[in-house]
Design a protein around this ligand. Structure first.
Ligand code: SF4
Ligand SMILES: [Zn+2]
Length: 546
């Protein structure tokens, strides 16, 4: 955003003075609330009607602040559903948590991947005009300013910010100097806390009991940078999830694209991460140099048929040809040909049909501004097109994202507890979930889930202090992100699903012969686990199973 647009944006978001306008504003909010769904068109029409009657032209942020002021002044009774209805982007917090994305400073990456864009103004792999990248640059890549501005924007449009997942993006996190990493994370925590602590542990301690708690911390790194020392460092920083570019499980394709690692390296990293309790978020790419449609579909199958891979979350990126990647020269020479749109949809639909129900498929196309794409797919709605294809074929996507319960109120007696068990190379995984009866697309809707890892006792544990421990890698309960004190209306976060999942996991671990159960807790969820009988034990929280 340039300065003029930023100033205009600020003006549109200045709170308006409600004095003398109360009656008209109450009428306006009632009129907006009646419209279901509240589309942009309907919103504009309603605002126009009220502008004729004397109100200024109000942005959604202004309507929301006016609503809050009216509630505070006692003119209206606060209703979280009304606020959700008036929110600009209700999807953003439907998983129960608000996400704040921050970018690291421009820095080279040890990787030499031929498809990866290079822009000296950005950390490796990010393009200058991606929306998140522009925001980061505007703030000089300062983590405090980036975090604070996102919090401010979220609060302005009425999103609760008590539970924040921090997503740190940019090249390979592990290749940055550790003093920079520590400074970066501390500054993010400082912004959440609203003051500058002297050290990272001090900032974390404040956040553990703070108003805006960090409930997840995500970094992205390469598989060949994951070792035991790195696991401990991640935990010191408070990391709970690691994004890794799998890209392909075909040695030939990895080599052709100069990934600089083999498939075994991905297996090794995943084993370490899983045993240390991290959630594993994989990226997989279609249409790399040397790939074919059939080859890609088979390769995607290996993500699940190879027990050592099986990530928890996945992003599928069809390779996008951009001028500042080496692959561009291959294309100019005629050595690389991007898939047609039909081919991309074919691959995506075939991939989505293979996703197991314990996986969350977070995204299927990268958010690259289409002006950067030289050739190949330019459509942003490929997920929807592929989804449509799956519906036509009668094979709906089973992934968690497609089955999340979102904002729907649920009663406990409508839900059944399912336990999906699968093996990896070093653990038995239990994916426990509370779901509605039946299967997707109508049933099997997920209200909450837990990932329990039972490490193979015959194998040496990379973190010896965790030997004999079962590990809870994730507990996630859906429902809109509510601030403390908001009325819950029966949404999943507030009917005790988390506690029930944890108790079930403890029962399973006990029955399997484990004497302790640990959880990879984010800094801001420690208090929650403490209430469930866990105590801080080194880098994890743990509890004895009697
Ligand atoms: S490792 Fe990732 S960021 Fe680095 S060059 Fe390869 S794709 Fe780009
Ligand atoms: Zn899905």
């Amino acid at each position: 955003m340039n300065l003029e647009r930023e100033i205009a944006w600020q003006a549109r978001n200045e709170p308006i003075d409600i004095a003398g306008r109360e009656a008209l504003l109450i009428e306006l909010i009632a009129a907006l609330t009646r419209q279901e769904p509240l589309t942009g068109k309907r919103y504009n029409r309603t605002i126009q009607d009220f502008a004729r009657r004397g109100l200024p032209w109000l942005s959604k942020a202004q309507v929301l602040t006016a609503y809050e002021q009216l509630c505070i002044a006692g003119y209206m009774t606060f209703d979280p559903d009304t606020r959700a209805h008036l929110q600009m982007k209700p999807m953003r917090t439907q998983s129960g948590v608000s996400v704040v994305t921050v970018l690291t400073k421009p820095y080279p990456c040890p990787g030499k991947c031929i498809f990866c864009p290079t822009d000296v103004r950005m950390p490796k792999s990010y393009l200058h005009d991606e929306p998140g990248a522009q925001r980061a640059e505007r703030h000089g890549f300062d983590p405090y300013a980036q975090t604070a501005s996102r919090l401010h924007a979220l609060e302005k449009i009425g999103h609760p910010t008590e539970k924040i997942e921090l997503l740190i993006l940019g090249g390979t996190w592990s290749s940055y100097r550790r003093d920079y990493q520590e400074w970066f994370v501390k500054r993010c925590f400082d912004a959440l806390n609203g003051f500058e602590a002297a050290t990272l542990p001090e900032a974390q301690a404040a956040n553990a009991v703070g108003i805006r708690r960090n409930v997840g911390l995500v970094v992205e790194t390469r598989q060949d940078h994951v070792d035991v020392d790195e696991l401990r460092w991640f935990r010191y920083l408070g990391v709970t999830k690691v994004q890794v570019g799998i890209q392909s499980l075909d040695e030939r394709v990895l080599a052709l694209n100069q990934r600089g690692h083999d498939v075994q390296s991905t297996r090794d990293a995943f084993r370490l991460l899983r045993l240390a309790g991290f959630k594993i978020h994989g990226h997989w790419m279609a249409n790399l140099y040397g790939a074919t449609v059939e080859g890609d579909i088979a390769d995607f199958g290996r993500l699940w048929s190879d027990p050592a891979i099986r990530p928890d979350e996945l992003k599928i990126y069809p390779c996008m040809l951009v001028p500042n990647a080496e692959l561009y020269d291959y294309w100019l020479r005629g050595d690389y040909v991007p898939y047609t749109e039909e081919e991309v949809v074919e691959v995506l639909a075939a991939c989505k049909a293979q996703v197991p129900p314990y996986v969350r498929l977070n995204r299927v196309v990268r958010d690259i501004p289409t002006t950067n794409i030289v050739a190949g797919n330019k459509k942003a709605n490929l997920r929807q097109i592929a989804q449509q294809r799956l519906r036509e074929q009668g094979t709906p996507c089973q992934c968690i994202r497609c089955r999340e319960i979102r904002r729907d109120p649920v009663q406990l007696d409508e839900l059944e507890l399912r336990d999906r068990v699968y093996e990896t190379d070093a653990t038995t995984e239990h994916f426990l979930s509370f779901e509605t009866a039946g299967d997707a697309p109508t049933g099997g809707r997920v209200a909450g889930f837990l990932r329990l890892s039972l490490p193979d006792p015959a194998l040496a544990h990379p973190l010896p202090e965790l030997a004999g421990h079962a590990m809870i890698r994730e507990v996630h309960v859906y429902g809109p992100a509510l601030n403390l004190g908001d009325d819950s209306r029966g949404e999943a976060q507030h009917i005790g699903l988390g506690v029930k999942l944890i108790e079930r996991a403890a029962d399973i671990a006990r029955a399997a012969g484990y004497s302790r159960i640990a959880v990879i807790s984010a800094i801001g969820t420690r208090e929650y686990y403490a209430r469930q009988g866990f105590t801080l034990d080194g880098l994890y929280m743990a509890r004895t199973l009697l």
